[in-house]
Write a protein that binds this ligand. Structure first.
Ligand SMILES: [Zn+2]
Length: 473
């Protein structure tokens, strides 16, 4: 295997700091964490790079800062800190936390655009259109319903006319199309790829890559009266991260960019076009997941139904929060969640499921004074877990582990080990400990703390029944 195919570089979007983190951000980041932990176990820690961070420029951030009576820098410092706190509480194992206000990034963005400009891929033109401050972009016709943005129905659209610099997106989109056809670059799930292909085939306009009158941004190197469009600034983070942190250059190109489907367009086409224009290798996989609804309703500030991930972590702990979010619906589709459903699932799958199994097996070992000296350490994943992770279906992978748990529970009932005589019981318990260590190993990317606790319990010489690992709620 060459060095490139043995490295794994996974990213979340860098989250926009105009507001605090919500459960959607937590979801994407948990999935990225799962892939990072999974590949660390297979490829070794030094061959995995997990990047997350915050997107900190643009007029919307400047406005939010103003409404809080803070300077944009102070405001972004505060919100990006909230993200880091949340990732700590959620036990997210990112390697670097990126901020677009990092001066090293600003320099790379300027150099990158200068190169495009020098090669004639950027030109100046007038632009008039309806701008959504929520999306930070001019909207196309299919993005406007009832005179409002499809994603921000409560944000008034602004008619703007500007003289901006444009990038020749139209030309490069055809090259991206070739890469998709060659499958050297893939968009998942497949229905999202179809969506992008039909949009490209429907005709693409060039995109403006600068703004006049937005001072909170990176100045264009050849015309400081304009700043870099916040989306271009943000997309380049994936690239500049491999340049500004030590020993990260070997991770290019990214293995997996994760995001929610509303920002797929920029990630699946604009980003690749910018890369191809400067002759840089494309990312391998773009994966766009679905949206949450909460009790059947869209999550929104005005409905007051936004779930703060910190509330879930306080109630259930980081592992259970991860489990509840990823197992609630299939990765890639939309899904509905509710706090009531979480409680039910916590009790059935965690307290009665894995929690009960651990207690049951440990108790059997303890009461029969089982001598646990020669169990075999497990350092790999079950075939089912590997199969689903290779298909980018972490929710199916976790389901396959819960099937192992259910089968194991059923087998204990069938075996009735408490009726076995001492020699047969020893053999049985030895196989039980082996099975539970396999489950612990499989759980490592998904429920890292639980995995660790189970391994510790069943690697003791004399196994003792622990306190409940998931107390009933
Ligand atoms: Zn919008």
């Amino acid at each position: 295997m060459n060095e490139k195919s043995s490295t794994f570089y996974v990213t979340t979007p860098i989250y926009y700091v105009n507001d605090k983190p919500h459960i959607g951000h937590a979801y994407t980041t948990i999935i990225a964490d799962i892939f990072a932990r999974y590949h660390r176990k297979i490829k070794g820690k030094e061959n995995v790079f997990f990047l997350t961070g915050t997107d900190e420029h643009g007029s919307k951030v400047a406005e939010s800062a103003k409404s809080h009576n803070l300077s944009p820098q102070k405001f972004t410092d505060n919100i990006s800190e909230e993200y880091r706190k949340l990732w700590k509480n959620l036990d997210i194992s990112y390697d670097e936390f990126f901020r677009t206000t990092d001066w090293r990034h600003e320099k790379i963005v300027q150099d990158y655009l200068q190169q495009l400009y020098d090669n004639g891929y950027i030109y100046k033109a007038k632009y008039k259109g309806l701008y959504c401050v929520g999306c930070e972009k001019f909207l196309s016709f299919d993005e406007i319903i009832n005179d409002a943005c499809i994603y921000h129905p409560n944000t008034a659209l602004v008619e703007q006319e500007e003289e901006n610099y444009f990038f020749k997106l139209k030309d490069f989109s055809l090259l991206v199309l070739d890469e998709i056809k060659k499958q050297s670059y893939k968009i998942l799930p497949p229905e999202r790829e179809k969506e992008i292909l039909s949009k490209i085939n429907g005709g693409i306009n060039d995109i403006s890559i600068s703004r006049s009158g937005v001072s909170w941004g990176i100045p264009l190197p050849w015309d400081s009266s304009q700043t870099v469009y916040v989306w271009v600034d943000a997309l380049l983070n994936y690239y500049s991260a491999t340049k500004i942190y030590p020993n990260r250059e070997k991770f290019w190109p990214p293995s997996l960019h994760l995001m929610a489907k509303d920002i797929l367009w920029f990630h699946a086409l604009v980003w690749e076009s910018l890369l191809l224009a400067n002759k840089i290798e494309l990312p391998k996989i773009i994966f766009a997941h679905g949206f949450f609804t909460i009790n059947g309703q869209k999550m929104s500030k005005s409905l007051g139904n936004i779930i703060d991930p910190n509330t879930l972590i306080e109630e259930y702990g980081s592992d259970a929060t991860k489990y509840l979010l990823i197992s609630s619906f299939s990765f890639g589709n939309d899904g509905d969640i509710s706090l009531e459903k979480f409680k039910g699932k916590y009790n059935s799958d965690l307290a009665n499921g894995i929690g009960n199994l651990v207690a049951r097996v440990a108790k059997l070992c303890e009461t029969s004074n089982f001598d646990n000296t020669n169990n075999t350490p497990v350092n790999n994943f079950s075939a089912e877990v590997v199969k689903w992770m290779n298909q980018y279906k972490p929710d199916e992978a976790i389901k396959s582990i819960w099937k192992l748990i259910a089968d194991f529970d059923r087998d204990i009932g069938d075996d009735k080990p408490w009726k076995l005589e001492s020699d047969k019981l020893k053999i049985k318990l030895h196989s039980y400990v082996g099975r539970i260590l396999i489950i612990a190993s499989d759980l490592e990317p998904f429920l890292p703390k639980t995995s660790d606790i189970i391994s510790k319990i069943f690697n003791q010489k004399k196994i003792r029944k622990p306190d409940s690992i998931f107390p009933r709620k």
